[in-house]
Design a protein around this ligand. Structure first.
Ligand code: NAD
Length: 257
């Protein structure tokens, strides 16, 4: 089904763990060449080894995407290594902590916004020339896929308002980029997870996890392997060449669009 991904050069930010790592594994399985990224090297060697064990060409690129200079450095290093870029997945992100509105200060605001907004904005900015070149050379489309969130639609939990707003920003800026770059045959789509069982939910008590699970029509958290195929669907020209500017919810029915 995803056979046209063979040989594609795919950069996945935030991919040493969680959904990014699951997506990296599935891209590797279908023969893509994969760039793994994190701000720290914990788990990086294991992640790359797992992709190589699947027969894929893969490498790790350490870059803290909360900083614009690192976003630029990441794209440049990936292109030197793989000779171009066909698919960018902006997956790095996270809650960055919780703060009630009256406790929000500049440090907290900057942390959440840099992690979720600056990372996607600046990595995409530096990727655009390479994605444009990829589409021109292949005659197909190239692709930007960002990880959004159910929080972008429903506002997030108490203390997570800036995170929810940051993800809503990512959802919306994709619609703007569709207007600017469709002429270059670059597609922009969002994978919007609900509640997925990753380190994102570390620190939640069993009681709270059970309460959240009960609020989901499917009655459980999602698994990272249940999110990964959606990234491949949007990356594959054969599967989604006429789809851009869309948000795909992967949330066990937790919220309807
Ligand atoms: P995770 O914590 O398991 O993985 C996050 C990855 O990003 C790790 O590899 C981490 O090292 C990396 N990372 C963190 N900060 C970084 C930085 N500054 N620069 C580069 N890499 C960095 O998280 P996850 O749950 O798989 O989350 C992935 C994405 O999904 C995030 O954007 C998150 O906001 C979003 N999301 C998660 C859920 C959920 O329920 N887990 C729900 C909706 C959206």
């Amino acid at each position: 089904m995803f056979n046209d991904l063979k040989g594609k050069r795919v950069l996945i930010t935030g991919s040493t763990a969680g959904m990014g790592l699951a997506a990296a594994r599935l891209f590797a399985k279908y023969g893509a060449r994969v760039g793994v990224n994190s701000h720290i090297d914990t788990g990086a060697a294991e992640a790359v080894a797992a992709l190589q064990a699947l027969g894929a060409e893969a490498d790790f690129f350490q870059a803290n995407l909360m900083q614009t200079a690192d976003c630029e450095k990441l794209v440049a290093a990936f292109v030197v290594r793989f000779g171009g870029l066909d698919v960018l997945i902006n997956n790095a992100g996270g809650l960055g902590g919780r703060a009630a509105l009256e406790q929000v200060d500049d440090t907290f605001y900057d942390r959440v916004m840099n992690l979720n907004v600056r990372s996607a904005l600046m990595t995409t900015k530096y990727a655009i020339p390479h994605l444009r070149a990829s589409a021109a050379a292949s005659g197909e489309t190239s692709s930007v896929i960002s990880t959004g969130s159910i929080a972008a639609r429903e506002g997030g939990g108490v203390g997570a308002g800036i995170y929810a707003g940051a993800k809503a920003w990512v959802h919306d800026v994709h619609r703007n980029w569709v207007k600017e770059f469709t002429k270059d045959r670059i597609r922009f789509n969002i994978v919007s997870p609900g509640t997925i069982d990753t380190a994102f939910h570390d620190g939640k008590s069993d009681e709270l996890r059970a309460k959240i699970a009960a609020s989901i029509p499917m009655g459980r958290f999602g698994r990272i392997e249940e999110v990964a195929p959606t990234f491949l669907f949007f990356a594959s020209h054969a599967c989604s060449g006429y789809i851009t500017g869309q948000v795909m919810d992967v949330n066990g029915g937790q919220i309807a669009p």
